[in-house]
Design a protein around this ligand. Structure first.
Ligand SMILES: *[C@@H]1O[C@H](CO)[C@@H](O)[C@H](O)[C@H]1NC(C)=O
Length: 264
């Protein structure tokens, strides 16, 4: 009869311990989490958001937490940034992209819970709605979320919002909304651990290259939301922006697939 020598049992136990990563919070393969609005979220036909297509172009998993109708403010107030924070391991990457729902006036009586306080810094507003509370700027909300992620050892990529249909007036207009510069400033203010992608500029360049007719065909419902084909192109614009350092180098660059298409 064969009995396990005590020494062997100990050796096996030691092997098991060594097979465990030294720090279980450092993920061997980082995950990309996406925080954003409808232009990034999973939508129903005939539209879709670009976050649903990103995994085609990167080598690591993507978890799309974007949700339609949200702004940096409502994503904060609803605890959605915090929900992502709880999921993060060190080294994960969070892409934050807002702007479409961040405009408007929070001080009006019909405050929709999404409009940020105007300004680029520590300005605050009082919501015009009864019991609406204090409202902060776009930068405040994005920077607070980004700092909480960086504190957990994650990396943050602040991405500028997508453009609406740049051909809707009949001639090309690729001028950015103010939230594009706000997104760049937010990344800069967070500093170490944060970077910026000018997704607006990259996507506008794709639409310029496609021309009016082909771009218009990507917007089946309104001037903001694209078809699934359009959402896939917007994802391709994002990864090409990352590959070409628009504007700056992000940690995502290390995880791009080698054969991604050139779309602008
Ligand atoms: C990104 O760089 C381009 C080219 O220099 C510039 O035109 C654009 O304004 C920059 N984007 C932001 C948001 O700073």
């Amino acid at each position: 009869m064969w009995t396990t020598a005590p020494g062997l049992t100990l050796a096996l136990a030691a092997i098991r311990i060594c097979a465990t990563p030294l720090n279980p919070n450092i993920a061997a393969t980082p995950t990309i989490y996406l925080a954003g609005d409808s232009t990034m979220a999973k939508l129903s036909a005939p539209t879709d958001g670009w976050g649903q297509y990103l995994s085609k172009y990167v080598t690591i998993p993507v978890v799309n937490k974007a949700i339609a109708g949200r702004s940096a403010r409502s994503f904060t107030v609803e605890g959605r940034f915090a929900e992502i924070e709880n999921l993060l391991s060190s080294n994960d990457i969070v892409v934050i992209e807002f702007g479409h729902n961040d405009g408007g006036s929070p001080t009006s009586a019909s405050d929709n819970g999404r409009s940020d306080c105007p300004g680029t810094g520590a300005e605050t507003c009082k919501s015009g709605k009864d019991g609406g509370g204090v409202v902060y700027t776009f930068g405040h909300y994005v920077e607070a979320a980004a700092k909480s992620y960086v504190a957990k050892g994650a990396r943050v990529v602040v991405s500028s919002q997508t453009p609406n249909n740049v051909w809707e007036g009949g001639k090309f207009d690729g001028s950015p909304s103010r939230f594009v510069a706000y997104a760049a400033a937010a990344a800069e203010n967070v500093g170490e651990g944060a970077s910026f992608v000018d997704h607006f500029r990259a996507t506008a360049a794709v639409y310029l290259k496609l021309g009016a007719a082909r771009t218009n065909a990507l917007f089946p419902k309104d001037h903001t939301h694209t078809s699934p084909e359009g959402a896939d192109l917007v994802a391709q614009a994002f990864v090409e922006a990352v590959a070409r350092d628009f504007n700056g180098t992000t940690p995502l660059k290390a995880y791009l697939k080698a054969d991604n298409p050139t779309v602008f």
